[in-house]
Design a protein around this ligand. Sequence first.
Ligand SMILES: Cc1cc2nc3c(=O)[nH]c(=O)nc-3n(C[C@H](O)[C@H](O)[C@H](O)COP(=O)(O)O)c2cc1C
Length: 213
Amino acid sequence: MSTLLHIDSSPAYSRSVSRELTAAFVMQWKASHPDGKVIDRDLNATALLPITAEWVGAAYTPEGARTPQQKQVLSDSDSLLAELEQADEYVFGVPMHNFGVLSVLKLWIDQIARVGRAFSYADGRPKGLLVGKKATFIVATGGIYDAQTQMASFNFVELYLRSVFAFIGVTNATFITAGGTIALNQGHDRDAFLAPHLQAVRLTANSQFDSSK
Ligand SMILES: Cc1cc2nc3c(=O)[nH]c(=O)nc-3n(C[C@H](O)[C@H](O)[C@H](O)COP(=O)(O)O)c2cc1C
């Protein structure tokens, strides 16, 4: 049985482009994986604590030597990592804010990118531990950041997510970007805007992924 982890981070809820597209992804994925399980994680409804000195100290203390207090400090991180480990596929809704990802998604990444769980240092070299996974990132941006445009170098979303996920072992990453959502505030028809992105999302959700390969 396959498991899909569905993570949203847009605070715009019903007006959100990324949420509408991840919802379509999930619907299509369920249709093509009738026995599959979906885990929903809404980062705008998940109160995560910032990374503190205690958190770092606990993460770098060997598991067997952690105090009850250190275990408590890592408990949110443990739950989020369990969701990542359990799932074979991930779909992320990623709005661009200030040329990067939202703070709630950055904090989630800080909570899961943990030594010994998401990556290790084998022979002094980093090694990703979340292997055999497939991630789809559905990005919504007000402006347009296509390669060859003047704004391309301002897109820190894709480069950052590709890099950090590759670091933790998730090298199979697909990006679907709905660029230019500002047009929706200027009266552009929403259905017409979304149509090509919905098509791309459904196609990706439909493709079968074999995590053993
Ligand atoms: C606080 C804030 C910051 C934003 N920063 C950017 C930005 O740096 N670049 C950009 O192209 N769009 C920016 N936008 C526009 C969003 O990327 C756009 O509204 C997108 O559709 C958000 O995704 P969502 O519809 O899923 O919420 C920003 C929007 C907000 C509310």
